[in-house]
Design a protein around this ligand. Structure first.
Ligand code: ADP
Length: 619
């Protein structure tokens, strides 16, 4: 038990700090809203009591109207301010569900690439999203809890201030037996009774909430099932398979009443009807006992002559509000306890350390593009894999020359490029830039040396020009030239909005859906626009037919100019014009040379691959 509550408060305090980063006005507004909201009922109780006393006893008109005016003014003013704050609060609260995504986005963009690829990290992110979207737990609940804590704490303090004299005003001696109400022991016992009932109500609520958190694992699974199967219908890439193979039947099983983890027949459903619901009901019942006891105590004291009728209104109103604030505070503490586990999962994700990109050396800016990169005995295994994807690879890139990397699928070509771009670090050996280990350089500057078109490149639903520039500001002439050089010129002329044409239809009905081949040309244009010293094409032409591919490669020969170019392909015919060809096989470089040199080695892999492909084409 020890430390449990400090964990709860620490987790929520951090939650406030995290949300404050993306919505700085939220918590000040909540504080003002909660304070004004908490005071309203007490202001009403206080002034009503004063007015009632004046009406019942002294009946002085000049005092009475002052109380009425003060009550209306204070109550009215508070209500107006509270209503205005409420509008602001609601807007900020709606906004926070989107704003907190900024925290996750920033984290996702800054993660080490190797971490993005890890299944457990993706699972963690999915779990957090499911908790938030389906269970409404996590960071998004923090503002609501904070509001409830402030409101209830103020409610308790104001209630205590207004009820203090309930205990201190003595019943006169003339009241006989009722003077027992003055006895300190009686007062102590009465206070203990009220506190005890409040705690008991809180305990019942916690017990009920405990059942819910006990089901958390099932609920997470249930949420995951909904997340996966609930979405299937709207995924267009699945639409054909779903229809051809009647997959809706497979999906439907997960929604059946017996399988549904939240249905009436589930554990959750049974507990709701049973213990969980009963405890929640008991909590409410017990807390209303407080109102009964306060009524009895106040009325007996007033009967004995301790105070007037106005004070009865004040005490009963204030004590009832006090009790409901205590109950609400205990209830919110119970919810915060449940939320703590979810918040801790969230922080586990937000705190994933950046181990890779810590270099501080500035990359030399060279107008002659003389960046010398060398692999020295590099070996690499993917995280969690036993197998070496690259073993003992040494390679020096010749500045301004064209290197082709060929080899069968799975021979390590893409891995080689990913290491070159420092998406992963090797476990053995070194990659050097101008003689210095690339890990020592600032990553953002090192990255700028390379323009890569990966096999699985991605364009985004933004205008064409922005996609090419990779930025919100576009040098239009440069973007057009890059598109024309990449072979997209003719298509560009058919687009009515030119560079301003929205790609895809996500945000605009006028967006264009580009074909796989067109998308590749745009991706190549993006690499050309970047105008980096190295240009790398990792089988970017996979969606093109061999003729179109040969066209792009021969064109590339011209446009890569003085850049160091690396082409990866398993179609050897596209690579024969390169200055050097490296043949990868099972993670190692087994041959290196020009097309002619390699073809002359009749026992070599290149010879074998070349003839296998030539045969394939002639057949
Ligand atoms: P190529 O580009 O020549 O087709 P890759 O570099 O993609 O080959 O793959 C080299 C080896 O590394 C293959 O055995 C492949 O299965 C493995 N591999 C590739 N990506 C991953 C990954 N993310 N996790 C684990 N193994 C991988």
């Amino acid at each position: 038990m020890k430390g449990k509550w400090s964990r709860v408060f620490a987790a929520h305090k951090r939650g406030m700090q995290e949300l404050h980063k993306v919505s700085p006005k939220l918590f000040p507004i909540i504080t003002l809203f909660a304070v004004t909201g908490a005071l309203i009922p007490y202001v009403t109780v206080f002034f009503s009591a004063k007015i009632l006393t004046e009406l019942a006893l002294l009946r002085r008109a000049e005092v009475l109207w002052k109380w009425v005016a003060a009550g209306v003014l204070c109550g009215g003013l508070l209500a107006v301010v509270n209503a205005l704050l409420h509008q602001r609060y609601e807007t900020l609260l709606d906004d926070i569900w989107g704003r907190k995504e900024i925290l996750f986005c920033r984290k996702m963009f800054s993660l080490d690439y190797a971490d993005v690829d890890k299944q457990e990290i993706r699972d963690l992110r999915n779990q957090i999203a499911q908790m938030e979207n389906w269970g409404s737990w996590g960071l998004g609940r923090v503002p609501e809890f904070y509001e409830a804590c402030v409101k209830n704490a103020i409610g308790i303090l104001s209630g205590a201030a207004l009820t203090a004299s309930l205990f201190s005003s003595p019943v006169p001696e003339s009241a006989g037996a009722l003077t027992v109400l003055n006895h300190p022991l009686f007062l102590l016992a009465f206070a203990a009774l009220l506190i005890g009932i409040s705690l008991l109500a809180g305990r019942f609520y916690a017990k009920s909430a405990g059942y819910w958190s006990g089901l958390a694992e099932d609920a997470t699974l249930g949420n995951r099932i909904f997340a996966v199967f609930g979405e299937i219908g709207s995924q267009k890439e699945r639409a054909a398979d779903v229809r051809m193979y009647d997959q809706q039947e497979l999906v439907g099983t997960y929604w059946s009443e017996t399988n549904n983890l939240f249905g009436a027949k589930s554990d959750y459903g049974k507990l709701s009807k049973g213990a969980m619901g009963i405890y929640a009901g008991l909590g409410v019942c017990v807390s209303t006992l407080i109102t009964g006891f306060v009524y009895a105590f106040t009325c007996l004291k007033a009967w004995g002559g301790a105070f007037d009728v106005g004070s009865v209104t004040q005490y009963v109103g204030a004590a009832t509000a006090l009790a409901s604030n205590v109950y609400a505070l205990l209830k919110v503490c119970g919810d915060m306890k449940i939320n703590t586990a979810h918040l801790e999962r969230t922080y586990e994700y937000l705190d994933i350390p950046n181990a890779m990109y810590q270099g501080s050396l500035t990359t030399e800016k060279r107008s002659d593009r003389h960046y010398e990169v060398e692999f020295k005995n590099v070996s690499f295994r993917y995280p969690g894999s036993e197998k070496w994807a690259l073993k003992n690879v040494s390679m020096k890139f010749r500045i301004g020359k064209r290197l082709a990397i060929v080899g069968e699928n799975g021979s390590g070509k893409t891995t080689f490029i990913k290491l070159l771009c420092r998406l992963y670090d090797p476990q053995e050996g070194q990659i050097l830039l101008n003689g210095i280990d690339i890990r020592k350089y600032r990553y953002d500057e090192y990255r700028d040396i390379f323009a890569v078109v990966f096999q699985d490149f991605q364009l985004i639903s933004q205008p064409l020009g922005n996609n090419v520039a990779g930025s919100m500001t576009v040098d239009e002439e440069r973007a057009k030239k890059a598109l024309i050089d990449a072979g997209f010129g003719e298509r560009l002329n058919t687009l009515p909005d030119g560079l301003h044409t929205q790609l895809y239809k996500d945000f605009s009905e006028n967006g264009v859906e580009v074909s796989g081949g067109e998308a590749q040309k745009i991706a190549i244009a993006r690499a050309l626009y970047k105008d980096a010293p190295f240009i790398i094409l990792d089988e970017p032409t996979a969606a093109l037919d061999p003729i179109a591919e040969a066209e792009i490669y021969s064109k590339f020969n011209d446009i890569s100019g003085d850049k160091t170019a690396v082409y990866i392909s398993h179609r050897l015919s596209s690579c024969k014009f390169c200055d050097e060809i490296a043949v990868f096989h099972e993670g190692t470089v087994i041959q290196k040379g020009t097309h002619e040199e390699l073809l002359a080695e009749e026992s070599g892999k290149y010879y074998e691959l070349w003839h296998a492909q030539a045969q394939y084409y002639t057949e």
